[in-house]
Design a protein around this ligand. Structure first.
Ligand SMILES: [Zn+2]
Ligand SMILES: [Zn+2]
Ligand SMILES: [Zn+2]
Length: 156
């Protein structure tokens, strides 16, 4: 759609802040879909794609301070910040990690760029085991989109 974003009404009186010393803000550039082609995003050592991905792998869908992981999808061996990014970039259906592959490195910490195994991510208590960055605990609600956990065995 690309409608203009609402201009912020900055009505706060700039009391102590000398307007001149206000450094040219290095704020986040406008996010746009990671073109990157099939090779993915050059900022990362791993193949990573997504929509509006920032340096810590936030995306347009999940961009709170704690949304700093990207998950490798077994269907295309590419990292995405979330399943919606995968859907936006790929035509194929999403595959989930089967439990017998939870020892593979599939979760990128956007803060330190370490790739954690599925096991260590699931056991991490919402923290990077390498750098201690906080992960979004809300992701738990979506684990089953990425990992074949909690399969209801009594249904079969
Ligand atoms: Zn895929
Ligand atoms: Zn996303
Ligand atoms: Zn980390």
């Amino acid at each position: 759609m690309g409608g203009p974003e609402e201009a912020e009404a900055a009505d706060e009186p700039a009391a102590d802040e000398p307007a001149r010393s206000r450094a040219a803000s290095n704020g986040p550039a406008e996010s746009e879909a990671t073109a990157g082609g099939s090779r993915g995003d050059a900022r990362f050592d791993v193949p990573l794609r997504g929509v509006g991905v920032d340096d810590e792998t936030r995306c347009v869908h999940y961009r709170t301070a704690r949304d700093v992981i990207a998950i490798r999808f077994p269907c295309c061996e590419t990292f995405f910040p979330c399943f919606e990014c995968h859907a936006a970039c790929c035509e194929h259906d999403t595959e989930r990690w089967p439990p017998d592959r939870f020892d593979e490195r599939a979760v990128l910490c956007g803060a330190c760029r370490e790739v954690l195994t599925v096991d260590s991510y699931l056991a991490s208590d919402h923290e990077c085991s390498n750098c201690g960055a906080s992960f979004n605990p809300g992701c738990v609600d979506h684990y089953d989109r990425y990992f074949a956990v909690g399969t209801k065995r009594d249904e079969q």
